[in-house]
Structure formats: structure tokens, C-alpha cells
Design a protein around this ligand. Structure first.
Ligand SMILES: C=CC1=C(C)c2cc3[nH]c(cc4nc(cc5[nH]c(cc1n2)c(C)c5CCC(=O)O)C(CCC(=O)O)=C4C)c(C)c3C=C
Ligand SMILES: [Fe+2]
Ligand SMILES: [Fe+2]
Length: 331
């Protein structure tokens, strides 16, 4: 299960998608009475045309990169797996309901579904909302099968090894610095997540998955540290930043921000920059447009010689094998 995309890069479809996305109380965590007018009246009308433009820059003949690449990963997993493998999305299509219906139709005796949220790191706006939504649908429509979840895996040795294998060939080309750029979050979300984590640790919250002991920002730093260790990167050759900030007045996001850092790196002597985005399993708008296009332009306009974007794990062999191994171990 991944995040999901609009049905097309047309403004009307992007508007519908953003409305669903931003009305999620785990994404915009204001009381619903404020959220509704804010999203419908202000955020979506202003954002949809710009997002639509960004989506059209990366849209493929066969659809949104995120959807197509998630499906390719599922197909690669299916090659090594006896049971049906499907993709579902938190927002837009295909919804978990549609996928559950199809699975049940194909096998009325279906006993168990294993859901793999394609987010290495836990936070309420990514991993948790996917799980909570799938659970709510599972309960509401009284599906007769049980539902199990793959836990967040930001520090799992197999995930770290798959990332290191993805990055290694790029290091051989020579580089001044490698930037680990993760999706950003409002600071407020971190405080809420900290509370959830301590309730989990006190036994006051039952989740159905293993909750990390540290918050999103610390999980991201830990992913960077482990990959750097695995690749023996010298301390001065890598950095961690946070991208995709939704600018809102009085709403600080976790720092440092990726975009301004791309513009100051050349003055710090970084001519050749590698960028990797470990919070995303599949390439999407945020990596292909924001980093590989806009970020590259910003860095190279500020005096950098070259920004080389390292694609996500997608359906790379070590990662596909890892997905297969983890799911088989849960059967
Ligand atoms: C308050 C706003 C947002 C939070 C919090 C947030 C967290 C978050 N998102 C991802 C993964 C993805 N986000 C993507 C796009 C995207 N994200 C937001 C807002 C928040 N995300 C918006 C409004 C959008 C839509 C595009 C835009 O208008 O800029 C995507 C890509 C989707 C695609 O179709 O390609 C992904 C993936 C994570 C992992 C996360 C928390 C860590
Ligand atoms: Fe996002
Ligand atoms: Fe973005």
C-alpha cells in the first residue's frame, strides 16, 4: 500500500485528490470545522493548478509514476510468490476496499491479508494513516479475513543493505557530498507522534505493528547513519535534510529544509552532489519533480556542477527479494 496519486494531471482530478488527502485528520491535524473551509476554500484552490503543472512534468503514458512503479514492485514480488499480490492506495485509486473485494471474489475462502505499507518510517501522516484506513475499511465492511501489517523498517538491516546497494555504484563515479533528503513534517506532528510512541511503550496503545521507539525525525537520522556506516562514508561527505514542505503561516516544519540547502551547498565547495530520498520506496512527484528536476536546477543555477539523483528502491532486486522474504516470514 502506497500513498496514491490523482487519476490524471488535470486540475479537476488533482483537486479531488488534494481534497481527499488534506481532509485526512492525520495529515492536516486541525479540528474538522477549520479543516473543511481551509482545505476547500484556500489550500486546494491555490495548490491544485500548481500541483497539476508539476504532475504533468512527470506523468507517464501509463499513469502516475508512483502508481506505475508501485505496481511494478508488486509484479516483481508476484514472480517469487504463490499468493496473489495487489497494490492499494491510501488516497485515490485503487482503494483498499476495491482491492479487498477483488481478492475475496477471486478466493471466497481467503483467510488472511498481509498489508505492506510502503513507508520505512513511522509517522501519523504516512504509515499510520495507511494502516488506520485499511483497518477501518476492513472493520466497516466486515471482511471475513484477518489483516496483518508489516512494521516500519527504517533501521532494518535488509532495508539498509538494499539502500546501500542502490547508492554504491553512484559513489564510484566520484562525488563531493551525498544528501539524504526525507519528506518533511510539521513540528507539531512530531510532538503528537512522541505522545503516541510513549502511550505504545506504556502499553496504553495497541497497534498491530511494532512501533519505533523514536520519532520520525530521529528515525530518518538513524537511516542515514546506518547507510553511511554500511558504505563507510566519511562524516563530512553526507547530510540529512527534509523536503516537500507545505508552507503555512506559523507552522514550522522539521529542519534543515532541502530546497535552501541545495542553493548554499555550492558555496560550501560542493560541486558534484548525489541526492537520495530514503523515505520514498517508489519514485513519485516528490522525487522526480521536486528533486530530480527543480532541485537539480536550483543546485546547478547556484554554482553547483552536477546534481545526480539516485532513484528509489522501486523494484531493484535486493529490495524485491527483501519484500518477498519479509512477507514469507509472516505467513
Ligand atoms: C500537511 C501536509 C503533508 C504531510 C504532513 C505529508 C507527509 C508525508 N507525505 C509522504 C509521502 C508523499 N507525499 C506526496 C505528496 C504530497 N504530500 C503533501 C502534503 C503532506 N505530506 C501534498 C499536498 C502532496 C501532493 C502533491 C503536492 O501538491 O505537492 C507524495 C507523492 C504523491 C504522488 O502522487 O507522486 C508522497 C509519496 C510521506 C512519506 C510523509 C510523511 C513522512
Ligand atoms: Fe506528502
Ligand atoms: Fe512536493
Amino acid at each position: 500500500m502506497n500513498l496514491g496519486s490523482p487519476d490524471s494531471p488535470e486540475v479537476k482530478d488533482v483537486r479531488r485528490y488534494l481534497n481527499e488527502f488534506l481532509m485526512d485528520s492525520r495529515v492536516l491535524d486541525f479540528p474538522a470545522v477549520f479543516r473543511f473551509p481551509l482545505v476547500r476554500g484556500i489550500i486546494t484552490p491555490f495548490r491544485a493548478p500548481n500541483s497539476a503543472k508539476a504532475y504533468s512534468k512527470v506523468w507517464r503514458k501509463d499513469g502516475s509514476p508512483l502508481i506505475v512503479l508501485t505496481r511494478q514492485l508488486a509484479d516483481a514480488v508476484q514472480q517469487q510468490f504463490d499468493y496473489p499480490v495487489r497494490t492499494a492506495m491510501r488516497y485515490g485509486n485503487p482503494s483498499p476496499r476495491k482491492v479487498f473485494d477483488e481478492l475475496l471474489q477471486a478466493d471466497p475462502g481467503l483467510k488472511e491479508v498481509i498489508l505492506f505499507p510502503l513507508y520505512p518510517h513511522y509517522t501519523m501522516s504516512s504509515y499510520e494513516t495507511a494502516v488506520a484506513y485499511a483497518r477501518a475499511i476492513h472493520k466497516k465492511y466486515k471482511y471475513p479475513f484477518s489483516l496483518k501489517f508489516v512494521s516500519p523498517f527504517y533501521n532494518h538491516p535488509d532495508y539498509i543493505a538494499a539502500l546501500a546497494a542502490r547508492i554504491a555504484p553512484y559513489l564510484e563515479q566520484g562525488y563531493d557530498k551525498i544528501l539524504f533528503s526525507y519528506h518533511g513534517l510539521p513540528e507539531r506532528h512530531m510532538r503528537k507522534d512522541d505522545e503516541t510512541i510513549s502511550r505504545y511503550q506504556n502499553g496504553a496503545k495497541d497497534t498491530g505493528f511494532v512501533m519505533p521507539a523514536i520519532n520520525y525525525q530521529k528515525q530518518c537520522h538513524e537511516t542515514t547513519r546506518l547507510v553511511a556506516e554500511k558504505l563507510s562514508l566519511p562524516e563530512n561527505r553526507y547530510e540529512t535534510t527534509f523536503q516537500s514542505r507545505l508552507k503555512q503561516a506559523g507552522n514550522e516544519w522539521i529542519k534543515p529544509y532541502t530546497a535552501p540547502r541545495l542553493e548554499t551547498l555550492p558555496a560550501d565547495g560542493v560541486k558534484k552532489l548525489l541526492v537520495v530520498c530514503p523515505a520514498f520506496i517508489n519514485d513519485c512527484l516528490e522525487t522526480l519533480e521536486e528533486i530530480a528536476m527543480e532541485g537539480k536546477h536550483a543546485f546547478e543555477s547556484a554554482g553547483g556542477e552536477e546534481l545526480v539523483y539516485i532513484p528509489c528502491l522501486n523494484d531493484s532486486k535486493p529490495w524485491t527479494d527483501t519484500v518477498v522474504a519479509w512477507v514469507k516470514a509472516m505467513l
